[in-house]
Write a protein that binds this ligand. Structure first.
Ligand code: RNT
Ligand code: ZN
Length: 413
């Protein structure tokens, strides 16, 4: 008997169909963020990220050009089972001349559409409202200066149109997510003014009607950023209300809450009031540090909510981490595979049975079963899944990533 066959029997004995779980996992696509490949640098010739976010580390070999970033992504995709989506930022436009961000057009992303088409991937998008002279004071859509606001409103509208183009070209709607760095380092005298200006800017951005089959709008909140510790304009309450009232998606980044808040716990609440909720899955360590996602309790809890709320089609899963201290291709592979492993673990859990115990008040049984499930052979099912998708099982992928690294490092020295 193979290890998979044995695992299949173990799960079957508790009423779980491993084949159905693998099939569900195969249909779950994850939006893979392009920015892990180059520490959120982009192709505009700017330095690293600003706007209260930071990638730390100086591991050699980071991608410097579209060609390098695409090659690195391809190397990562070889080791990730299934077909996924690619999440781009506006700062990754591919152009010969310098184009101001408020002037970006679909044609500046043609090469990415080509890339996605060739790989059967959908594309998601994010306006970039940071790492730019016009955002130097960490104020964009809420800026008191009308000229600055105008520039960023125009940028966001341009980006929504680019996302619409992605959706049309690729036949799958593109999530267009707005995150802004706006905030103040020290306690502000006026909290409502900036928020009112943000609201007005968003109203203008979303007043442009686009094809809802092609673009899905989302807004991402935050609690604080480096340099803007005292006040964040786009807080959770602000965006949760804005999204609910305007029929757009609220995006929860699990690094954007107070460290002891359980972000998984928010998912069912959001789903009771909205058709969909979007996620940026990351691993905050003490702050929004964007470590590579790990197969830990936080991740498993997020995946569990998605599965047990029967919301696989209603939760848009995107990743958002950027670690510059380790091999960046490996970071992608580890992070995406961990998200998949967490989803598989959730798919291999007898939620009906556990729910019944909860409703019957059988909390002893519930705890005993939850603990028992932790040692079930999910790894054997995962390895089978990888094998069926022609992707390396276990640790075999790392050798390939290492030899890829040896090949590219001299070129990028
Ligand atoms: C910042 C937000 C945002 C960015 C990316 C690069 O705190 O999480 O999503 O990380 O857009
Ligand atoms: Zn995020």
């Amino acid at each position: 008997m193979t290890r998979y066959e044995s695992a299949k029997e173990i799960y079957a004995s508790i009423g779980i169909d491993t084949e159905a779980a693998m099939e569900a996992l195969a249909n779950l696509n994850i939006s893979i963020h392009c920015w892990q490949g180059d520490d959120v640098t982009g192709f505009e010739g700017a330095g690293g990220a600003s706007g209260g976010i930071a990638s730390t580390g100086n591991y050699p070999g980071k991608a410097r050009t579209p060609k390098e970033l695409m090659a690195d992504l391809d190397e990562a995709l070889r080791h990730i089972p299934g077909t996924h989506r690619l999440n781009l930022h506006a700062s990754y436009a591919i152009t010969d001349e310098k184009v101001d961000r408020d002037r970006l057009e679909p044609r500046h992303f043609e090469a990415w559409v080509q890339y996605a088409k060739e790989r059967g991937m959908g594309l998601d998008f994010n306006p970039t409202l940071f790492s730019y002279p016009m955002a130097a004071d960490n104020l964009t859509l809420s800026h008191p200066d009308e000229k600055v606001r105008r520039f960023w409103i125009d940028h966001c509208i341009a980006c929504r149109k680019i996302a619409e183009y992605f959706g049309r070209e690729l036949g799958t709607p593109s999530l267009c997510n707005i995150w802004i760095p706006d905030g103040y380092k020290d306690v502000p005298a006026d909290r409502m003014g900036p928020r009112r200006r943000l609201k007005e800017s968003l109203d203008e951005i979303y007043s442009v009607e686009l094809d809802s089959n092609c673009v899905i709008d989302a807004v991402e909140s935050k609690v604080f950023g480096i340099g803007v510790e005292a006040f964040t304009v786009g807080s959770h309450e602000f965006y949760m209300n804005y999204a609910a009232k305007n029929g757009i998606l609220c995006l929860l980044d699990n690094g954007h809450f107070h460290p002891t808040e359980n972000v998984a716990d928010k998912i069912p609440s959001m789903l009771l009031f909205a058709d969909k909720v979007a996620l940026h899955v990351t691993r905050p360590m003490r702050w929004d540090s964007d470590h590579v996602v790990s197969y830990n309790d936080d991740l498993k809890e997020i995946a569990a909510e998605i599965v047990r709320c029967d919301a696989i089609d209603r939760v848009v899963i995107g990743l958002d981490f950027f670690d510059a201290s380790i091999n960046r291709v490996a970071a992608w592979v580890i992070g995406v595979r961990n998200m998949q492993k967490a989803l598989l673990t959730a798919l291999l859990t007898p939620w009906e049975k556990l729910r019944a115990m909860q409703d019957e008040g059988n909390f002893t049984g519930l705890l005993a079963w939850e603990e028992e499930m932790k040692l079930c052979p999910v790894g054997d099912v995962w390895n089978e899944f990888c094998q069926r998708h022609q992707v390396a099982r276990g640790m075999d992928w790392l050798k390939d990533v290492r030899s890829y690294e040896e090949k590219i490092l001299p070129e990028r020295a």
